[in-house]
Design a protein around this ligand. Structure first.
Ligand SMILES: [Zn+2]
Length: 297
């Protein structure tokens, strides 16, 4: 379903929210869905509304945001753009299963369409700051935390925020959102909290004109997790292994991943929170009894 959110901006709701902007007879997509099927649906909706399509910005290299790109590029010659770092994942989709599997060659179970999309070629990298593609002028914002080089797009007073934050309902459902860097996630959220715009659209959640309450809920979620992990470490006088704390953490947050891939995604988030505690100097990490060992500083 296509929803108008400002004079030139639209949203196509689905498993992931797709942004769309039209100007001077040209069309720009922001993200393009999980796969060929999702991309076809987007194209059909645009056609039904007689809206053009020429360009697509990929906010970050997660399959639900870039999986449809190969189809758009091959079949409709849509030009693709992304940040330099996230482009690596779009051009080499095996990288996500690789990092989830600790950098080793991933097991077959991880090589599925939810973790590894169809590769596509990025026409040009988008750097932070003012940018122009065809008739579209916009600001590229650096939103690291959920992924390494995620970008947000600020165009015609609307912020397309990607997965820098989640809608309150989505947050409740996930309990522990996917992140690769807790410190960067919180810094990105602070940046968005103070950002002045007419409205913002997250990758998962609702378009809102006032996003402060939603952003605050996201900040609270990450801060609570960091506080919980630190408090749990404080009671372990001799420290605890990285694995054991992870098990306690999964219990506490009632995480019940349905498959190995989902378990690994949660492990990455857990690792990201631990990294931040270590980098802040609150926790030390060493090797003890053949295990990675965590201790309060
Ligand atoms: Zn994502």
């Amino acid at each position: 379903m296509l929803t108008k959110i400002s004079e030139s901006c639209f949203c196509i709701k689905g498993h992931v929210n797709i942004g769309y902007i039209t100007k001077n007879g040209q069309g720009l997509l922001i993200d393009c869905g999980l796969d060929k099927g999702a991309a076809k649906k987007i194209v059909k909706i645009l056609k039904e509304n007689q809206l053009p399509l020429h360009y697509c910005i990929i906010t970050h290299g997660h399959v639900d945001h870039y999986g449809g790109a190969a189809y758009l590029q091959k079949e409709l010659q849509v030009e693709l753009y992304s940040s330099k770092l996230e482009s690596s994942f779009v051009a080499n989709p095996i990288l996500e299963p690789i990092y989830l599997w600790n950098g080793a060659m991933p097991i077959k179970e991880l090589r599925n369409k939810f973790l590894e999309g169809e590769e596509a070629h990025i026409a040009s990298f988008l750097n932070e700051g003012f940018q122009q593609i065809g008739p579209f002028s916009f600001n590229v914002l650096s939103f690291p935390g959920h992924s390494y080089g995620q970008i947000g797009i600020f165009i015609d007073e609307i912020l397309f925020a990607a997965d820098s934050y989640f809608g309150v309902e989505v947050l409740k459902k996930h309990k522990v959102p996917f992140i690769v860097d807790a410190k960067a996630t919180l810094e990105t959220l602070e940046k968005i909290y103070n950002f002045i715009c007419q409205g913002a659209l997250p990758g998962h959640g609702e378009f809102e004109t006032d996003i402060k309450r939603t952003i605050y809920a996201n900040i609270e979620c990450h801060e609570n997790i960091l506080k919980y992990l630190l408090s749990r470490l404080e009671v372990e006088e001799n420290g605890i292994s990285m694995e054991n704390l992870q098990t306690i953490f999964f219990h506490q947050y009632e995480l019940s991943p349905a498959n190995v891939g989902a378990w690994l995604l949660y492990r990455t988030s857990y690792t990201a929170y631990i990294s931040t505690l270590v980098e802040k100097g609150l926790v030390t990490i060493s090797i003890h009894d053949h295990k990675l060992w965590l201790r309060c500083s």
